[in-house]
Design a binder for this molecule. Structure first.
Ligand SMILES: Nc1ncnc2c1ncn2[C@@H]1O[C@H](COP(=O)(O)OP(=O)(O)OP(=O)(O)O)[C@@H](O)[C@H]1O
Length: 311
């Protein structure tokens, strides 16, 4: 449901990829909302459709991918109805994006100053000197050390964590309403992961900016997010306040991601098979006979709920 207090409203979204062999449903009728200033974490194992969701929001799906259903509304506009020029303006200016692979995302033959400065030159029309000063300032704001060296460096001369911080600076440079970060901590070590999420949270608060953070590490993201959205094989299986999901998860898959029920065994992914019931049933140790052939009804509402027969 869309209300004036909603910044992003993903309604009944489906995304498919066409391959030579078959059609892959990557996102299956997903609903998701983000309010202004809210920090929402999208959680799921590899292949659950998180990046496809991000790419659909940004309209950056690869050539064989397509939004096959639903709508994506940002502020008062349907993103899928915008022309390319309008969408380019939304990307960066209104939705900042931190991609998954920090080193690959930066241009290896251009200095950081050139890449960062370009944002200010092209989007704000400032000259090179002003762009350099603004680049320096935005790196200072994201707590980058040794800024002069970083600005003159090329991506291969920086660590993964530094590249990720440069990408964060690029993403927030134009003060977007929403920061969309796709697994920003994948390429960095455990200490850097916490530092980066601390920095994203600081930026969220300082700028009153909403964050949609895509990740697989529920215990880590659950400490930062206001709300969590848990995806399994393209579908939403649970959503709610992060601290509640963290302490009282309802869906067996969420319990699995939290590392609970260690004394009892969830089945691994190899046991998956086609079935008409609950997608998670083949792995679920709580499954009942009905779960094999009945899709579980959604319990709760859009803000707090789960797709499982368990109460
Ligand atoms: N270009 C593509 N062509 C065909 N199938 C694809 C393509 N991109 C993704 N998929 C498939 O879509 C499904 C969802 O993939 P997606 O990358 O969105 O998941 P994810 O949760 O982001 O995974 P990861 O955490 O590994 O990035 C997977 O089954 C994946 O194999």
């Amino acid at each position: 449901m869309y209300s004036s207090s909603t910044l992003l409203n993903v309604n009944d979204l489906s995304v498919c990829y066409r391959t030579a062999a078959r059609q892959v449903i990557a996102v299956n009728r997903l609903n998701l909302t983000v309010s202004p200033g809210e920090f929402v974490g999208v959680i799921g194992e590899s292949g659950s459709g998180k990046s496809s969701l991000a790419r659909a929001i940004l309209r950056l799906l690869p050539a064989n991918g397509k939004q096959t259903g639903g709508s994506i509304r940002f502020q008062d506009r349907r993103l899928e109805h915008l022309d390319d020029a309008a969408m380019t303006k939304v990307r960066g200016a209104h939705i900042g994006f931190v991609p998954q692979q920090p080193v690959a995302a930066l241009n290896p033959v251009r200095s950081i100053a050139s890449q960062l400065g370009e944002i200010f030159r092209l989007r704000l029309g400032v000259d090179s000197r002003q762009a350099y000063d603004m680049s320096y300032d935005i790196l200072r704001q994201v707590k980058m050390g040794d800024i002069d060296r970083v600005l003159h460096a090329y991506s291969h001369e920086l660590s993964g964590g530094m590249c990720q911080r440069v990408l964060l600076a690029m993403a927030v440079a134009l003060s977007p309403f929403l920061l969309l970060a796709d697994e920003p901590t994948t390429a960095v070590d455990a200490r850097m992961r916490g530092e980066l999420l601390d920095e994203i949270t600081r930026q969220q608060k300082d700028r009153a900016m909403a964050v949609l953070l895509i990740a697989h590490d529920l215990p880590l993201v659950g400490r930062y997010a206001d709300r969590l959205v848990v995806m399994y094989r393209g579908s939403l299986v649970e959503t709610g306040a992060a601290h509640i999901i963290y302490s009282q998860p309802k869906h067996p898959y969420t319990r699995l991601l939290l590392g609970l029920d260690r004394d009892r065994k969830f089945f691994d992914i190899e046991r998956l098979q086609d079935h008409s019931g609950c997608e998670f049933q083949p792995r679920c140790m709580y499954a009942q006979p009905s779960c094999r052939h009945e899709k579980p009804a959604w319990q709760g509402d859009e803000q707090v709920g789960w797709a499982c027969i368990l109460k």
